[in-house]
Design a protein around this ligand. Structure first.
Ligand code: ATP
Length: 431
């Protein structure tokens, strides 16, 4: 993890938030490469979950919602973690962490020094308007799902959807985690990609199995190592207050197997609670038989940041090439922040101009690219290997003679000669 964190900073993937002030607890900023990687993850998810289907609609709801939403959803009452405090060093921990359950403080080492556990609500509270009083309390949403539930009928009517159909959202969520950590694995501000699939009761288990398979397939399509992915079914004591059945998709991180996506059968829990608390009917009316019912919901919920961590950890490789060590990120080309780097072999004979022109064409074609003329060609390759750039194009002496360049593949290290005016097509065919 230390190697990954330092590579992420060195290459401009991820920086600590407010670093010059000593950092903010478990909040991270995405640098020039990180923001591209994150956008690519979100675009691929959106493309698979919304654009390639006719039964899922997109939605983008506000972070601030009516406070009653969180009473209805059960978050005010139930969204808590047990917290203990070490009486010796005053640090606070989640009581259910394995390193705390043994009774010894993981920071100062004192035994039997923990306070009685108390329940701590993970929602961030703030005030709407100029008066800081109980009546104006609002919460930063801890999940995007509730925005989809309260808009269920708006979306269904406007998009003229019939059950079964889904609502997908990507957006920020906030949780005041007691023990955040492991880089971007558990943070207090993060992004989620969530999809709520509304189905007729009785068909929910079938749809649960369907989405479980779909989601695993998606992760495999990103090129994540199959051996490091597994399902973990929730036992009765692990289930969230809203769930009938739940399964996690776990990845084997450097710090062990952990969840990065959850698939939940939320039944009609959320819709029935919103119906009760708002006093508004949220039933679906079947246009054919006229049957009225509250749909059940199968949810797929995955963190953008955790997915980025999975992708970085999975792509990171150290290897030896011709007696030299290289660090390479074997990112799927569709996810790679820079698709192609362009180098002039030497800074003479008009090669820089040719390379600059080629990069200009790539820019005009919206292919994320990078021009680099600094340092030896080997060093330029290494920098791109660390950035996960799948292809490096070198303009050399032969380019002046026959208008061809070499394209070097990040993973196989093979080089092919391609006509300058074919580079764009060559790259496009491989994305
Ligand atoms: P955990 O058990 O790790 O706290 P959870 O079961 O509470 O997670 P869900 O509510 O199912 O998580 O949220 C769905 C997804 O959102 C998670 O699988 C994860 O990818 C992401 N996520 C949840 N909490 C955080 C967090 N604090 N930081 C980063 N990502 C998070």
């Amino acid at each position: 993890m230390d190697k990954l964190t330092s590579l992420a900073k060195r290459r401009g993937f991820i920086f600590q938030s407010s670093e010059i002030y000593g950092g903010t607890g478990s909040v991270w900023d995405y640098g020039p490469l990180g923001v591209e990687l994150k956008r690519n993850v979100k675009d691929l998810w959106w493309s698979t979950m919304v654009h390639q289907r006719d039964d899922v609609e997109g939605l983008d709801t506000a972070i601030l919602m009516h406070p009653k939403v969180w009473e209805a959803s059960g978050h005010v009452e139930e969204f808590t973690d047990p917290l203990v405090e070490c009486k010796s060093c005053n640090r606070r921990f989640r009581a259910d962490l394995p390193e705390v359950e043994g009774g010894q403080c993981p920071v100062c080492g004192t035994r039997e020094a923990f306070s009685e556990p108390r329940l701590f609500n993970l929602m961030f509270k703030t005030f709407m308007g100029p008066v800081e009083e109980n009546a104006s309390v609002v919460y930063l949403r801890p999940e995007t799902a509730q925005g989809s539930y309260v808009n269920f009928l708006n979306v269904q009517t406007a998009a003229r959807q019939k059950i079964p159909f889904g609502i997908a959202q990507i957006g920020k969520a906030f949780r005041n985690e007691i023990t955040p950590g492991n880089f971007i694995f558990r943070t207090r501000e993060f992004e989620q990609m969530e999809m709520q699939f509304f189905v007729e009761p009785g068909t929910d288990e079938e749809w649960f199995e369907y989405w479980k398979a779909q989601r695993l397939d998606w992760h495999l399509s990103l090129g994540i190592n199959k051996e490091k992915l597994r399902f973990h079914d929730h036992g009765p004591d692990e289930l969230a207050h809203y769930a009938k059945t739940a399964v996690d998709i776990e990845y084997e991180f450097p710090f062990g197997w952990k969840e990065f996506e959850g698939i939940h059968n939320r039944t009609d829990f959320d819709l029935s609670r919103h119906q009760e608390f708002s006093g508004k009917r949220l039933e679906y009316i079947d246009p054919v038989g006229g049957k009225r019912f509250l749909p059940f919901v199968v949810e797929t919920a995955v963190g953008v940041d955790r997915t980025v961590l999975v992708l970085l950890a999975d792509a990171y490789h150290e290897e030896e090439i011709d007696g030299e060590e290289r660090v390479v990120l074997r990112l799927n080309p569709r996810l790679a922040p820079i698709k192609v780097a362009v180098f002039p072999l030497v800074k003479k004979d008009g090669l820089p101009e040719l390379a600059i022109n080629l990069q200009k064409d790539l820019r005009a074609a919206s292919i994320p690219s990078f021009y680099d003329a600094a340092g030896s060609i080997g060093r330029r390759y290494r920098r791109q290997d660390e950035a996960g750039t799948p292809w490096c194009v070198t303009v050399d002496g032969q380019t002046n003679e026959d208008a061809t360049v070499t394209i070097r593949d990040r993973d196989t290290l093979q080089q092919v000669r391609v006509a300058v005016d074919q580079v764009e097509t060559w790259i496009r065919e491989r994305l």
